[in-house]
Design a protein around this ligand. Sequence first.
Ligand code: FA5
Length: 344
Amino acid sequence: MEEILAQLSSIKQAFQQDLQKIQLLREFDDLKISFLGKKSPLQGLLAGMKELSVDNRRTVGPALQELKGFLESTIEEARQAFIERKARTAIEKEQNFDVTAYKPGAVHGRLHPYSQAVEEIEDIFISMGYEILDGPELETDFYNFTALNIPQDHPARDMYDTFWTNKKSMLMRTHTSPVQVRSMQTLELPLAAIVPGRTYRHEAVDATHDFMFMQCEGFFIDKNVTIAHMFATAQTFLKQLFKKDELDIRIRPGFFPFVEPGFEIDMRCPFCSQGCSVCKRSTWMEVFPGGMIHPNVLRAGGIDPDVYSGFAFGFGLSRLVMLKYSIDDIRHLYGGKLKFLEQF
Ligand code: FA5
């Protein structure tokens, strides 16, 4: 019997030592299992009671029950006290929080290079009297192709590797040009607008091609608009974007079914005078495709081509951003790597 009472005393001692060590709330459950659970020494002693004589049971029984009650109530009280202590500390922490405190080395958010470039491009065109328009990225075959003078089975459709959807005639727009006819149908003339936005092509990805990239469409429609207006607009825009007082541009013929005549405007490489890897040693860079809006496109937009004329362009905004900030791989733009983004 003495032996059992000594065991009870050492259980109590071990319990109090373990209780002192608790750091986490869930450790109260572990403590309960090891001192009151089925496999605990206390349960072993309780099970062994039936082996004892009646006299011994009268002494050991209450001592066992007393220890059991002590363990149960101590665990519950200590658990409660633990929770209250934690809550108090949290409140105190909050009360002492100084919103004006200076934290050295705090990381500041900033605009993505795309957003910075789009804002700058918008400002330049707004200063020339343009408005900013938007259009759907999920487009119909009609606005993306047919209304742009690219009917079904026209070989020019091959110029655009298209992401078709499982909805008939719906696709991810391959360029921002569909917004041309959408705007002609809904807005008043004269119309001068740009449309920066995402475009999609089912293309192999490399340093200069992505399957999702940004373009910026632009158009000006009024009476007596000529190609001279487009060249002047392109030059003014590029000079301001690349912060150059003088900018050499070169005009070449280019084919797009929705313009006639069509052009490619190249600009002198802003990084070199002799040729470099960016301009592929030619000193020229292709930056501004455009032309006079095809009469069929004006008609699709409900505009009489005998009365009105207009120019349109659609440059690769991703490529211009790469040139402006000397980014050598288009995949960085959507990579989301902080090391890259922190440079802007
Ligand atoms: C077009 O998309 C015509 N809609 C542009 C246009 C509009 C011409 C209005 C005339 C009048 P193109 O397929 O060449 O044209 O694309 C225009 C620009 O988008 C290219 O010069 C290039 O800078 C960019 N681009 C094309 N494909 C990709 C790609 N996979 N990744 C990144 N940029 C691309």
